[in-house]
Design a protein around this ligand. Structure first.
Ligand code: ADP
Length: 403
């Protein structure tokens, strides 16, 4: 089966066309700067080649039209007929508590994605625009919504509730939803495969460390707890997001700086985290360069990030009553041996020990644990697109929509 995976951001659209019979990525690329006034950027990689050009894309419909054009015409075309594509999988950041699994798009699904857009305005509305463009331009191909939040729906109330008045939770649905669900699910399955053991009997701590970052505790293949909350702002120190902070500090800053709600929202999401503390960058590569030159604030941001991940690992070890494996994934987790080493330093009491010889320079799927350590420590490159395509196929099969 061939699946087109769409990941729409407010001003971007990333896509991958995957042949799920063999896992081959037939074509991939992105449209950026959609609707920003000037030219949009368009990049496509297929058949071992890459095309990059400036194009016009005033909205997501035009961006989808560009993708269709690239897939079916010109030098990098990979399908003769659009109907060779069996399904389209759309990444949706926020599915509230309505979607424990992926859902074939219909009016109800779209209404709910719009409703939950209030909690993820940058993402859900853009995704809806992408879905509607696909419905219009590829009406015969079923679309599926794959939610970042679905995998976290197994959390029990003690884990997902905030200690706010219960009626307010009921009325406003303010609770923890988590994020990066497809990634946590994918690497958990891959870790079980690598260990040659059924996921159902494992206790795992998965660390998705990218610009956005989260840690999850997984028992028997189900999420027990996760560090992201009502929105992807809670938990770890992130590139530009604040992570855990006393709510009273938020109010204090707003009052003293005279910030409006929207200004404070931008502050917490865009001006804090590694960038805010270091004053240099949200990118670990820049921070580590600055640290080597003796920059103390870069070192402080680094230390805060590492400490926060460690705290969650400790908490989740306690919640799971053990840990068979810890997994590092996403931009930082997959590439940054220094950070992985710092996080695992001093965790020997939990059975987590990293072998520097295996960790140093590792940027591939590998068990980096020390010989004899009780827990495995894996570096597993995430593949969210493949995971989305897998769930898309499951949903269309279940709905009897397979050609
Ligand atoms: P997201 O999908 O949340 O935007 P990614 O998973 O792509 O994030 O991760 C991006 C981050 O990964 C960068 O901001 C950078 O901090 C980190 N990163 C990427 N490559 C490296 C590397 N080689 N060494 C250290 N950090 C890296």
């Amino acid at each position: 089966m061939i699946v087109l995976v769409m990941n729409s951001g407010s001003s971007s659209l990333k896509f991958q066309l995957i042949d799920m019979d063999n896992g081959d990525v037939m074509s991939k690329g992105l449209v950026e700067r959609i609707g920003m006034g000037g030219d949009a950027g368009f990049e496509v990689k297929a058949k071992g080649e890459k095309i990059k050009k400036d194009v016009k894309a005033d909205d997501h419909k035009q961006a989808v039209a560009l993708v269709i054009d690239a897939l079916t015409t010109g030098d990098l075309a990979v399908v003769d007929d659009l109907n060779n594509i069996d399904a389209i999988g759309h990444r949706i950041v926020q599915g509230g508590d309505s979607f424990p699994k992926a859902a074939v798009v219909d009016q109800r699904v779209k209404d709910l994605v719009r409703e939950y857009g209030a909690m993820a305005p940058l993402h859900n509305y853009a995704a809806l625009a992408g879905i509607e463009a696909c419905e219009e331009l590829m009406p015969t191909i079923p679309s599926v919504c794959v939610f970042d939040t679905s995998y976290h729906m197994t959390m029990d109330p003690a884990h997902y509730m905030y200690a706010i008045p219960y009626d307010d939770y009921k009325e406003l649905k303010v609770r923890r939803y988590g994020a990066h669900g497809t990634s946590h699910k994918y690497v958990a399955r891959e870790a079980a495969k690598a260990m040659g053991r059924p996921l159902e009997e494992l206790k795992l701590i998965t660390c998705h460390l990218g610009n956005g970052a989260s840690v999850s505790a997984i028992k028997g293949g189900k999420i027990v707890d996760t560090s992201m909350g009502f929105t992807p702002l809670e938990g770890l120190v992130m590139g530009t997001r604040v992570g855990d902070i006393d709510a009273a500090a938020v109010l204090f800053i707003m009052k003293n700086k005279g910030y409006s709600i929207d200004e404070m929202d931008t502050y917490l999401n865009k001006k804090c985290g590694l960038l805010g503390v270091s004053g240099i960058s949200n990118d670990f590569r820049d921070l580590e360069d600055a640290m080597q030159e003796g920059n103390e604030r870069a070192k402080l941001a680094y230390d805060m990030f590492v400490l926060q991940v460690k705290k969650y690992i400790g908490a989740y070890y306690a919640e799971l009553d053990g840990c068979d494996a810890i997994v590092f994934t996403a931009g930082i987790g997959e590439n940054d041996d220094l950070v992985r080493g710092s996080i695992c330093k001093g965790l020997d009491a939990l059975g987590i020990s990293v072998d520097p010889a295996k960790n140093d320079g590792c940027r591939e799927f590998r068990d980096i644990s020390k010989e004899g350590a009780k827990a495995h420590a894996f570096v597993i490159p995430t593949n969210e697109e493949y995971a989305i395509a897998t769930e898309t196929i499951e949903a269309v099969k279940e709905a009897g929509l397979v050609k």
